[in-house]
Ligand binder design. Structure first.
Ligand code: NAI
Length: 774
């Protein structure tokens, strides 16, 4: 017989299986499911099985949603939306509160169902997923209440189509449904084909709390059902899933002007500095990479460790890895459960094989019977190895080393993704320096994979755009105040002084890198008041290169940038009569106002600290987007140009701008104003010429991080498609009177920035909790 003293040595313990009888009774009571449309379940049709990946047992049959199912769901959502939006904030809050309470009451059923359908350990679904679902619903009950006071003038978008993946089925549902409903939208949600069950259980909860019919609709099915939702008459698509499908959705929506948020893949760095608490960092790896079988978009799957401590770190890592328990997901002592489906298991193994074929060494990571893979990591791996570049989405990390902090940052950013990052150092200076320099939407300092409804989550680069959580997440489900359409060519150009026109004709040049340049081909084209340089694709490339070299502008800080903007206002004022003679007095006055306005904002568009979790300081910082491409309106060339350029540069971006096609000369003359105002070369670059052509080159350029389209006559579809290559957001800016007050404000600043959410441990930390916060 085993003695207690032996057990104390081995720490072996027997199975402790969660009781699944309630979930099984619930499943047996249904057998097959239809869709949830207009407050009722449809009859099951065209069904397919959903299985427990741990045992391959069929759990239930669900319906494959057709085009007509999607159309019915969207129609129900459309019909319900005005009534839902007309409710008071408090009334909507009460419904969200009721959903939260019912989720809490059915906690056990939901977590067991999630574990059965997804294969994740019950510890995760019970202790992380379902409590966070309730947290999201509570938090957004609050936003429903506060919407009108916190976001004055904003309105719901209408009907939102939401497509979610299988790795956090119920949590992703809550992330999407809660803000949409709080804002006054109605939704059609499509769960992933592998994991539809908790969404259907949630649909029942909607019925039980008496949510008005049509406010939440759930249509099950595979990617074709998702594609039908994308093609339907919804006002927004919110998608979480693979980068490839996300890019396809961006292309499918090109030119529609519909709102889109994308939360896509990642290959996030996990940086361990020489002075890190290595035991805590190893626990962080467990949380970050092996948690949920590595099927986490923000997993810190690229471990980068300081060379000096790499051998010790690896020893600790290996010892911890060997003790992780892979096995039955319903067992409360299981650390690593089942991979969601054999298809995913095969995908993970094929990337690992390719990595090994390219010279990497795989430690652990062996496949086991069924949908199980032991935790592992790839070492001796070159930067170009597929294991380093591809999202493995399984319990396999990569391990590489660096010598200096600069090298760590370089390696961390050597990816097309930008979702998250985790940094480990006992030095606040080192850790926050890395947090600032890693290009990602979320950074955890001495922690990993922490989430909260108040903390915006989302990526940059090919990890997508848009935020979920907090005020930023709410804004992604709201439309800003409508603008008054522009009158026809307001403030028409005054007759040009012929002597000026001649002077401009002869000297008009592009403005690139702070210097006036002849266009690449040397050609000019006729414009209002003379001739302008005919910019080409090569000029756009040169301008983007110049913009990328002017990165110090961001580092100048808001105070430094404000001074330059005030100086621009002063120099414009000094030449007001001259500019007014080429445009109008109203335009010049508006331009000077803009410079004052955005100089004021330059050091006041602040970040915020949010109340996410006790013991954590979560700071949300607006960072410059990077290089913004801007196509200006044709009318009001000066006011239009500066209304767009000034907010962008006030926030620390550099810009490449295509001014009014027919009337660019007043803007070309601005180059002298910029030079005399100490604007560093390369911050503003101006390429004149045919907007339709130049906009496409600019929107397609990989180094351009966002594109603002206020240009006339350029096809938005083509621009959206060009921009989808590296998934840069395109902001179609509705026409307006660019001399009026609607041409300025915080909306422009929001589009000029993207939020970085930084998690820091703060205050009392329970002894020994390390990075494992849950
Ligand atoms: P996926 O991107 O194909 O599926 C995600 C969701 O999109 C599912 O609901 C799916 O039915 C739907 N979908 C698929 N094709 C669609 C289309 N053409 N139009 C509209 N909706 C469509 O992801 P999949 O195939 O399940 O996983 C493949 C890889 O994607 C994973 O190995 C992983 O690398 C990545 N992934 C990333 C996730 C994340 O959280 N960022 C989540 C799931 C997968």
């Amino acid at each position: 017989m085993t003695r207690v003293s032996e057990i104390m040595q081995t720490m072996e313990y027997g199975p402790s299986t969660e009781d699944a009888s309630a979930a099984r009774d619930w499943l047996a009571g249904h057998g097959s499911f239809g869709h949830f449309i207009d407050g009722a379940f449809t009859a099951p049709a065209d069904t397919f099985p959903t299985r427990d990946p741990a045992t391959s047992e069929v759990l239930a049959h669900v319906s494959q949603g057709s085009d007509s199912d999607i159309a019915a769901a969207v129609a129900a959502a459309r019909a319900a939306q005005p009534g839902w939006a007309a409710l008071s904030g408090t009334a909507r809050a009460r419904y969200l509160y009721a959903l939260a309470r019912h989720v809490q009451k059915r906690e056990r059923l939901l977590s067991v169902l999630e574990t059965l359908d997804n294969g994740k350990p019950i510890r995760e679904s019970r202790d992380i997923d379902v409590p966070l679902v309730a947290r999201h619903l509570y938090h957004h009950a609050g936003w429903a209440e506060l919407r009108d006071s916190r976001f004055p003038g904003h309105a719901p978008l209408g009907v939102c189509g939401q497509i979610i993946p299988w790795n956090f089925p119920l949590l992703m549902l809550a992330w999407k449904i809660a803000p949409a409903l709080a804002a006054g939208n109605t939704v059609v949600l499509k769960p992933a084909e592998y994991t539809p069950l908790t969404a259907l259980a949630f649909a029942q909860i909607c019925q039980q709390i008496g949510l008005p019919a049509g406010v939440v609709n759930i249509v099950t099915g595979d990617g074709t059902t998702g594609a039908a939702l994308v093609a339907s008459d919804v006002d927004k698509i919110a998608f979480t899933g693979s980068t490839e499908v996300g890019r396809g959705i961006a292309r499918a929506l090109a030119g529609t002007g519909r709102r889109l948020t994308l939360e896509l893949g990642g290959k996030s760095p996990f940086v361990v500095m020489e002075d890190a608490d290595l035991d805590a960092a190893v626990e962080g790896v467990v949380d970050s990479i092996w948690f949920n079988q590595g099927q986490v978009c923000c997993a810190g799957s690229r471990i980068l460790v300081a060379e000096a401590v790499a051998p010790l770190f690896e020893d600790l890592l290996r010892a911890r890895m060997d003790r992780l328990r892979v096995g039955a997901p319903l067992d409360k002592s299981t650390d690593i459960g089942a991979i969601v489906d054999p298809v995913q298991k095969a995908r993970i193994l094929s990337i690992c094989k390719a990595a090994v074929d390219h010279g990497a060494e795989l430690i652990g990571g062996q496949p086991q019977d069924g949908c199980f893979i032991a935790p592992g990591y790839l070492r001796n791996i070159a930067p170009a190895n597929p294991g380093m570049t591809e999202e493995i989405f399984g319990p396999i990390a990569t391990l590489s080393t660096f010598r200096t902090a600069d090298e760590a940052v370089e390696l961390a950013n050597a990816t097309r993704y930008g979702l998250a990052g985790s940094v480990w150092s006992e030095s606040a200076t080192v850790a926050t320096d890395l947090a600032a320099r890693i290009k990602a939407g979320v950074i955890w300092i001495n922690a990993a994979n922490l989430f909260d409804a108040a903390a915006p989550f989302g990526g940059m680069r090919e990890s997508g755009y848009g935020r979920e959580g907090g005020a930023a997440g709410m804004l992604d489900y709201l439309a800003g105040p409508a603008v008054t359409p522009a009158p026809d060519r307001p403030g028409a150009v005054a007759t040009t002084n012929p002597s000026d026109a001649t002077a401009i004709d002869r000297t008009a040049k592009l403005y690139i890198g702070g210097a006036q340049k002849r266009p690449d081909g040397g050609a000019m084209y006729p414009v209002r008041g003379g001739l302008a340089p005919l910019g080409s694709r090569k000029d756009i490339r040169n301008a983007v290169e110049a913009a990328s070299k002017a990165g110090k502008w961001a580092a100048m800080g808001g105070h430094g940038r404000a001074q330059v903007l005030y100086f621009i206002a002063e120099n414009l004022a000094a030449r007001a009569t001259e500019f007014a003679s080429r445009t109008s007095k109203a335009e010049v006055e508006a331009a000077i106002d803009r410079a004052f306005h955005y100089a004021a904002w330059a050091d006041k568009f602040d970040g915020t600290t949010v109340q996410a979790k006790p013991g954590h300081l979560v700071t949300v910082i607006p960072e410059p987007s990077g290089i913004i491409g801007i196509a200006c309106p044709d009318a009001q060339p000066l006011a239009g140009f500066l209304s767009l350029v000034l907010p962008a540069i006030a926030m620390g971006n550099t810009v490449v701008v295509i001014p009014s096609e027919s009337d660019p000369l007043p803007v070309i003359d601005l180059a002298q104003v910029f030079d005399t105002s100490d604007l560093p070369g390369g911050v503003v670059n101006i390429v004149t010429g045919p907007q339709s052509d130049l906009s496409l080159h600019l929107a397609a350029h990989d180094e351009v991080t966002a594109f603002w389209h206020a240009g006339a006559g350029t096809d938005l579809t083509a621009i959206d498609q060009a921009a989808s290559g590296n998934l840069k957001p395109v902001w179609p800016i509705p026409p307006r009177d660019w001399t009026g007050s609607e041409a300025q404000g915080e909306t422009f600043l929001r589009h000029a920035t993207r939020q970085k959410t930084i998690w820091l441990l703060y205050g009392a930390l329970p002894a020994g909790s390390g990075g494992a916060a849950y």
